[in-house]
Design a protein around this ligand. Structure first.
Ligand code: NCD
Length: 303
């Protein structure tokens, strides 16, 4: 039985297969409409979500399966003091697969160690968010036709942004990727990540101003400042509008640069950019459903 905790749990070859499957699902959805008949996914969300939870639920419904779960820790027995380990043993009796989001780093891993069904990490604190990364990679692969030879800028909250951590991990396995990290000093990417890049000989730069480097980027990955992970509101207020991507800044960007964002967006991308053909963050959401369908089929060994 396999779980998904980190994008590196799948080899590059396995990811390729997953993306091929997702692309076939996009083209021939009817072929997959009953593949999960009689199967259930449990979505156990101890932390807020719109896209990820509903995307998993839509994915399972598109496959002919059904959904159980909770979307708030307060409506689960966590509010009575139940541990994640006990909860997953119970959920294992009800469902065939589980997607779990939790504010604590490592929670999904603890669940997986006690589970008798596949567990998917749907975000653990400021640590990892592998299915967002699968979504990001499928979007890039579909729209650019490749996952190598890119200069990618990651901008915003690189310290707490788990989607950023997972994406860097995943992209570090492809050829000729040059990272540019764009963040205020306080929100720099964690040392363990830059150390990993140095060890692997992967080039990266760290800059503060987006305007200084936007013209060099093939991909721009914007993120929101992660308010819920700050220790005090004052710091959040000071940093929340540090970056605002607007039409003016986009004038300097390459004609075929893609703007990605895991969403939710707060102020970091002005709505005037939404009509720019380079803005693909809403397309990204659709790719998220296809890739989660492919992932459910793969983990349930139905392909
Ligand atoms: C992200 C997350 O939860 O980490 N959202 C998502 O799942 N698409 C990004 C964020 O909340 O900023």
């Amino acid at each position: 039985m396999r779980h998904l905790m980190n994008p590196l749990d799948f080899s590059v070859e396995e990811l390729d297969k997953l993306f091929e499957l997702a692309m076939d699902i996009e083209k021939n959805p009817e072929k997959y409409a009953d593949k999960c008949a009689g199967k259930k996914i449990a979505t156990c969300f101890y932390e807020a979500s719109t896209r990820t939870r509903l995307s998993f639920e839509a994915a399972m419904i598109n496959l002919g399966g059904s959904v159980i779960g909770f979307s708030d820790a307060n409506s689960s027995s966590a509010s009575k003091g139940e541990s994640v380990s006990d909860t997953i043993r119970v959920i294992s009796c009800f469902a065939d697969i589980c997607a779990m989001r939790h504010p604590k780093e490592g929670a999904a891993m603890v669940a997986a160690s006690k589970s008798s069904i596949p567990v998917i990490n749907a975000g653990d604190g400021g640590h990892q968010h592998p299915t967002q990364t699968l979504t990001d990679l499928l979007t890039i692969r579909s729209l650019k036709g490749r996952l190598n030879h890119f200069t990618i800028g990651l901008c915003g909250d690189l310290k707490f942004g788990r989607t950023v951590h997972s994406l860097i991990n995943a992209l570090s396995r492809y050829e000729d990727i040059h990272f540019i990290f764009i963040s205020p000093e306080e929100l720099r990417v964690p040392d363990y990540i830059t150390e990993m890049l140095t060890e692997k000989g992967i080039p990266y730069e760290e800059v503060i101003k987006l305007e200084d480097i936007i013209d060099r980027l093939d991909l721009l990955y914007m993120t929101r400042v992660q308010r819920e992970r700050f220790f005090n509101e004052e710091d959040y207020v000071r940093l929340k509008d540090f970056y605002i991507l607007d039409k003016k800044k986009m004038e300097a960007a390459k004609e075929d640069m893609l703007i990605l964002h895991p969403l939710p967006r707060v102020n970091e991308i002005s709505v005037e950019v939404d009509d720019d053909p380079r803005a693909v963050y809403f397309k990204q959401v659709q790719y998220g459903v296809y890739v989660r369908m492919a992932l459910i089929l793969t983990l349930l060994e139905l392909v």
